[in-house]
Write a protein that binds this ligand. Structure first.
Ligand SMILES: *Cc1c(COP(=O)(O)O)cnc(C)c1O
Length: 360
């Protein structure tokens, strides 16, 4: 069976060369006679793996020295609670932009520990666009300002970040981290589950400005306090060792490609090709306002759900997998993460054109 072009939103496709590298080291990691999975996290070999992963990520994202990089567990969903527990230190208030499902979950958790106010929402049109924001209504005393940089489910993304002044910007970057050149300095905190653009599930990345750490609410469990992990190099307890190893290989792959700017250009070329096909088609329509389209998750529909299913079946028969849209959105969603090669998008476009011409 040849490798599928896997358009899954997450866990998602990984670079083939990274999988082959891991395969080659699976039984004997560099003469240790054991797999990384079997190795003590206190061993010098693993210390070197986690140190290298961190330094590669710092290089790739140009992370300044006054930010911690934390390798955690619990998924982005745990960050919906950890962020307020750790960052609510003054007014216990935060502003949120509601761009759909993930934002809603973050708002719900923050409201357990303080006040989450919504300063912009696209709920009126099923989250098919990014709402315009008016900085005049932002809370200047908020402890943070939260947004989902890329909404994985609806296929929207912010192309411009709001100016939040002195209020730290917090970004749920789960589905577009490493996909384009963000400036880490624009954020107080960035978080994301690894399973979309970084590596296997089980690892959650947090990049947080050092001065935001150390002020957690008293109720914060030890394991949910960033300080616990920051002071122990993400090794207070057993970290997700194999996922960290894999993430490190993906970071090195990104550096070898030429860094984030090269990755971003590749991603834009892939997304442009697919959106162009959608826009020229009489069969398929995009579901998102063109100005707010994600380059990571491309959502589109055929005229009827029956045609959606027929298209998904045709695509699957051509080894183009996991194209079904999220259950509340329907239609198709093609996730074009960093590891999706251009050839995968070309094959998808060809399949769409053949379907439209009735050449199933
Ligand atoms: C996938 C996703 C999440 C949830 O991630 P988990 O790691 O499964 O908790 C949260 N936010 C965004 C934007 C996502 O894409």
């Amino acid at each position: 069976m040849p490798r599928a072009f896997n358009f899954s939103a997450g866990p998602a496709t990984l670079p083939q060369s990274v999988l082959e590298h891991a395969q080659a080291e699976m039984l004997d990691y560099r003469g240790t006679g054991m797999s990384v999975m079997e190795m003590s996290h206190r061993s010098p070999e693993f210390q070197e793996i986690i140190d290298r992963a961190e330094s590669s990520l710092r290089k790739l994202m140009r992370i300044p020295d006054d930010y911690h990089v934390l390798f955690l567990q619990g998924g982005a969903s745990s960050q919906f609670a950890m962020v307020p527990m750790n960052l609510f230190r003054n007014q216990k208030r935060a502003d949120f932009v509601n761009t759909g499902s993930w934002s809603i979950k973050a708002i719900k958790e923050a409201n357990k520990y303080g006040t989450a106010r919504t300063v912009g929402s696209s709920e009126d049109k099923q989250f098919s666009y990014i709402p315009a924001l008016d900085p005049a209504i932002f809370d200047p005393e908020a402890d943070y300002f939260h947004l989902t940089t890329n909404n994985t489910i609806y296929g929207t993304c912010f192309n411009q970040l709001p100016d939040t002044g002195d209020v730290p910007l917090v970004g749920d970057m789960s589905s577009d981290i490493l996909s384009k050149a963000y400036r880490v300095e624009d954020f107080g905190l960035i978080y994301g589950g690894a399973q979309k653009n970084i590596g296997p599930a089980g690892l959650t990345l947090v990049i947080v400005k050092k001065d935001l750490v150390g002020h957690a609410m008293d109720i914060t469990p030890t394991m949910l306090n960033y300080e616990t992990h920051a002071t122990k190099g993400s090794m207070f307890n057993t970290p997700p060792t194999y996922a960290i190893y894999m993430a490190g290989l993906v970071f090195e792959w990104g550096l070898e490609l030429g860094g984030i700017n090269v990755i971003e250009a590749r991603n834009r070329a892939k997304a442009d090709l697919l959106y162009e096909c959608i826009d020229q088609s009489d069969m398929f329509t995009g579901t998102v306002a063109p100005a707010d389209r994600s380059i990571m998750n491309v959502c589109f529909k055929a005229p009827t759900p029956e045609q959606d299913s027929a298209f998904i079946a045709l695509a699957s028969s051509r080894n183009l997998k996991t194209l079904k849209g999220y259950r509340t959105v329907g239609g198709m969603r093609a996730s074009l993460y960093n590891a999706m090669p251009l050839e995968g998008v070309e094959a998808l476009v060809k399949c769409m054109q053949d379907f439209e011409r009735g050449k199933g």
